[in-house]
Design a protein around this ligand. Structure first.
Ligand SMILES: CC(C)(COP(=O)(O)OP(=O)(O)OC[C@H]1O[C@@H](n2cnc3c(N)ncnc32)[C@H](O)[C@@H]1OP(=O)(O)O)[C@@H](O)C(=O)NCCC(=O)NCCS
Length: 328
């Protein structure tokens, strides 16, 4: 079977920076609390006229700048991982498909919380390997600033906006070596957006109770995240017949630096081999892995022939890891 890999990447973060100092003026919090509990110093916030599809389009433009051979007309499929689509329907992927003139491409959204980007990579890779698609554009695009409750200090300090784009296509060497995907719906209520769907449609009651905002049981999610990150990383390596010494770089979902440190500790992985940029973006859900990966590549931290695990965890609860051998 042919191999699939990431042929090109792009990312975008909105210009407006919301610092911890600015948050101190918004809710009862301190830079000291946020920094010590999460590692986050600032996050990006989309402009009032920017929705998730707009951020995704900017990420595709960044990809096209970095990879001039990119031809939207050659795309077979666009998968957009997002927990904050422009609208429940149509899919944000369809909006992007139109905006970038991907006239031949099918398009749909993937909902797997912060693991969405890894899920979308796995689906794209499977289709390319099977020969059902030649080129798939995988997007992670989020405007979490639109669904956090700016009156809830326990959650609003954690999240930010951003987008990433990856072109998944056949590769001659390297590429995806394995995937691990999982879900445990028993933890659904630990991280959710209660209203606005078919369970609790919008009503005066849901508005009054602020049920259209993200709700999270932070301690439970923390307890879930650390072993999820550790185990999915180990499994992705073992599925490919490899082990931790074979791993050059871990590119985890950027939720909280303490989660990343605890998982790295369990893995026995020095932090020099873990990409961390949560201090500048906060948790951007499905956009966080591509934002971190682009940065790592720009810094020369991942080179051709090296192996990286891209690992996510989040609402569902879901988790997932992709082991990739970099080929450019
Ligand atoms: C949210 C999180 C940072 C909280 O850290 P924590 O050390 O568990 O903090 P606790 O929940 O124990 O809260 C401690 C205290 O800080 C307070 N607090 C919460 N948010 C605060 C804020 N922004 N500023 C100041 N104090 C705050 C709480 O009210 C609590 O006060 P109390 O003890 O008087 O009740 C942490 O649980 C976490 O990161 N969880 C995972 C979240 C996540 O990554 N979600 C996305 C996954 S994709």
């Amino acid at each position: 079977m042919r191999r699939a890999g990431i042929a090109a990447l792009g990312a975008y973060a909105p210009a407006h920076i919301l610092s911890n100092a600015a948050l101190e003026r918004l809710v009862d919090t301190t830079d000291q609390w946020i920094t010590s509990r999460t590692g986050i110093k600032e996050r990006r916030i989309a402009a009032s006229d920017e929705a998730s599809s707009d951020l995704a389009v900017q990420a595709v433009r960044d990809l096209a700048r970095r990879f001039p051979q990119f031809d939207p007309g050659a795309l077979d499929l666009i998968l957009c991982a997002t927990a904050t689509p422009d609208t429940l329907f149509p899919a944000t992927a369809s909006l992007v498909q139109h905006r970038v003139s991907a006239t031949r491409a099918a398009a749909c959204d993937i909902g797997a919380g912060c693991t969405g980007f890894v899920y979308a990579l796995a689906l794209a890779s499977g289709m390319v390997q099977a020969g059902s698609a030649q080129q798939v554009l995988v997007l992670g695009a989020e405007t979490l600033s639109r669904i956090v409750d700016w009156q809830d200090r326990a959650t609003c300090v954690l999240f930010g906006d951003g987008a990433g784009a990856a072109l998944v296509a056949p590769v001659e060497r390297g590429g995806f070596l394995s995937f691990v995907l999982g879900s445990d719906g028993s933890g659904a209520s630990d991280l959710c957006l209660p209203a606005g769907g078919s369970r609790q449609p919008a009503s005066p009651h849901t508005l009054q109770e602020r049920l259209h905002y993200l709700r999270m049981n932070g301690r439970e999610v923390f307890k879930f995240a650390v072993p999820a990150l550790e185990q999915s990383t180990r499994q992705a390596l073992s599925h490919a017949g490899l082990a931790l010494p074979d791993l050059d770089l871990l590119v985890p979902h950027q939720a909280n630096v303490r989660i990343l440190q605890a998982a790295a500790d369990r893995l026995g992985l020095p932090m020099e081999r873990v990409v961390v940029n949560v201090e500048r973006y906060g948790n951007t859900s499905s956009a966080s892995i591509p934002l971190a990966l682009v940065e790592a590549l720009d810094q020369g931290r991942l080179k051709s022939g090296q192996r990286a695990v891209l690992a996510g965890f989040g609402a569902g609860l879901t988790w997932g890891a992709a082991l990739v051998e970099w080929s450019w």
